[in-house]
Each structure stands twice: as structure tokens, then as C-alpha cells.
Design a protein around this ligand. Sequence first.
Ligand code: NAD
Length: 422
Amino acid sequence: MPDTDQGLFATALAQFERGAELVGMSADLRSIISQPKNEIIVNFPVRMTDGGFRVFRGYRIQHSNLLGPYKGGVRFHPAVDLDEVKALASWMTWKSALCDIPFGGAKGGIAFDPHAHDQDELERIVRRFTHSLGGNIGPDHDIPAPDLGSNAQTMVWMMDTYANSTGATERQNVKRFVTGKTLETGGSPGREKATGQGVVFCLQHWADEVGFDLSGASVSIQGWGNVGSATGRILQVHGARVTAVADHAGAIADEDGIDAFDLTDWVQEHGSVAGFPGAGWIENEDFWSADVDMLIPAAIENQVRADNAPKIRAKVIVEAANGPTTLEAEKLLTDRGVEILPDILVNAGGVIVSYFEWVQNRSAQRWSLDDVDHKLRDVLWKACDAVVEAQKEFGTKSRRDAAYAVALGRLQTVYQQRGIFP
Ligand code: NAD
């Protein structure tokens, strides 16, 4: 069976089990902690521009609220299903615990292609989805954010829908209902680039530890959306060279470096990397075998697989996407000594700055970009330190297993202290 046939939640559970083993978690606690608390599915009708109606299926998985409110993005993609959202929700729980922020884990999504709809239809889909979720989400209970296929505008529509179904005296209090909003509507400076910024902070920490020089290093990036493009631009500012980029339309390469800022403008205008004049078109398989120092998957899950892992020449794989590496590929790569910086650490910048946005909204403050960046770096470097410590404590080379051990150790302690009700 191809290594991608296993459902994503099964992959997430296998990763969880390795971490649970390290911290000696009991079988009872494993069964409680690994499964989502609530699985919500809504089917809702939306009027299309042509006058007809279409029924959409939306999901919200609330995995854990042990450490704080449920928290996680909403994904708009045709492949969204229950299994995928469960996996993504569980990764949010581990991510927040690892970074020691007072949030639980959740994820949501709608199974559809946002690019196939005009803005008016999109707005109606988002507002009706928010309305259908109703009281299942809320500013101190379950707080959505952008993910693949959604963006700041999506969050503004969600917030406005919620505000308009809230009593007039409470309306100003509900901005923190979602994070990742536009700056003008209560978003945080630095949220747009937060995940990419976090990827670079984690890379800097790792580079410092192992003596790797980021400046002058070459990098290939899969996905030039919010996360991939911000990562590419920030790495370029630090002197790295983006030499290959792939997205849903295909792949491009240039040994001398692709200008990350020009490529961002191009993709914004044309929707993909296809036709970018500053690089040549390459086959997808040549993207995976590109001779680079770092490979950053920043698109969708299950992209680094048993079939392409043997061709990968990078020294380090930086999981900016959630779940980009299959279990089999991970084994093949680590056996060859390729380093993997795990998703629950590397892409946590988004949820960390979401937390900062929530705190700012709660206390009616506006922090500066400098302040946000410094705080983000502090939180992430503390998490990176904890992972390095855990590698030593548990005698594991795997940074993923060490990261899970930190996160699960924290959750286990809280469960032990609080007990199970009644
Ligand atoms: P996005 O929608 O902004 O961009 C997605 C990119 O992936 C696009 O360039 C798209 O062309 C590419 N892509 C889609 N399908 C592809 C395919 N089959 N093959 C190759 N490329 C493909 O999404 P994003 O917000 O940048 O999210 C990317 C990844 O990062 C996801 O795994 C997401 O869960 C994760 N992530 C996002 C955030 C965030 O703050 N947005 C935070 C943490 C993790």
C-alpha cells in the first residue's frame, strides 16, 4: 500500500504514540488525550451568483481545551474531510502545549475550492458557515484563524457575522472571536508573516546549534502562499538563496536565486508561479531532487513520500506545512542522516502571534511590530531549547519525538493534577 494511503489521522496518532511512549503515558490517558473532544459537521446551503443553491459541508474539530480555549485555522480545499481535520486539530493541541501558550487545539474547514468562486459567493459561504457553527465557536471558547485557502478577509467576514448576531452591548468585545484579521479590523502587526517568520526563527536556532550558515545557503520551497512566500522573503533578507519553488501549477528553478519579492508580486497577480519570468520551468520530480541545502514543504500534507524521499539532497527538511512528511519517508530520510525540523515546532509562529492578537484584543492594546517579533522569537526559541533538552533527556535523535515529549509531558502533568471528572 502506498505510504500516502494511510489516513492523516493515523499518521498523527503514530507520531503521538512515539511521544507518549517517551513520557511513559498510561494507556488510559493515551486514549483520552489522543482523540478529539468534539467533532462537528455542518451542511449548509448557499445562494450562488447564478441564482441556484449549493449545499456545502463544513467541519470543526475541537481536539482539546485542557490548556485553554480550542484554537485553530479553517481550511478551504476540495480534499478537506473529517480524517484530515482531526489530524490537523490534534497537531494544534501539541503545538500550543509545546510553545507553552494557553490554548487548546482545534481545526475547521469546508470541502470546496475557493478559487472557483467570486468574492460575493465566497463571502456568503464564509458567513453561512460561521452562522451554522453558531454557539459551537466563540471568543473564549473556540477561536478560528486562517489556514490553507483562507485569509485575513475570511476572518473579517467571520468576525462581522458573529458580531452581528451578538447583543449590541457586547459587540465591541467579540473582536477576538477570530485571529488573523486585517490590521484595520483588530489584527496584530506581524500576523500575516508570523508563520514564515517563525519558520526562520526555528531555522536560525537550529543553524546556531549545529553550526550551519544560513547566509548563502540554498533553499527550495513547495508552496508560495502565505507561509511559503513569507519564509522565502525573510530567508532572502538573511542572505539565503531561493533556487527552486513549486506550487499547485508546477515548479520553477534558478541556480542564481529567484527573487522572493518579485515572485510574491507575480503570484499575487497571476495566481501561481507559472510563467514567472525570473526563472525556468522544471519538472516536478526535478524540484524534489534539486541540489539544495534546505527543503521547505509549505503547501499540503503527504508531499515528502517514500517515492521522492530517496531523491532529496537537502541536509535539512523544514516542515512549514502541517504533516508534509509520511511516516515511511521520515524513516528513509532519518536513516540517511537528513535532519527534520518538525511541523508542530516550525510552523507554530502563526498560532503564537494569534495568541498575541487575542491578548491585544482582550486588553484593547496595539503592540508594535518590533514588540511582536521579539516576543515571537522568545516563545519559539524557548520551545526550541525545550526540544533540544528533551532530545538529551530521552536520548532521541528525532526532534519530532522530542517535541511531542515536551508537549505531551505538559498535558500529562495537567491531567494528573486535575484528574478526570467526576
Ligand atoms: P495558502 O493557501 O496561502 O498557500 C498554499 C500554497 O500551497 C499555494 O502556493 C498553493 O499553490 C500550494 N499548493 C496547494 N496544493 C498544492 C499541491 N497539490 N502541490 C503543490 N503545491 C500546492 O496556504 P498557507 O496558509 O500558506 O498554508 C500552507 C501550509 O502551512 C498548510 O499546511 C497549513 O496548514 C500550514 N500552516 C499555515 C499557517 C498559517 O498561518 N497560514 C500556520 C501554520 C501552518
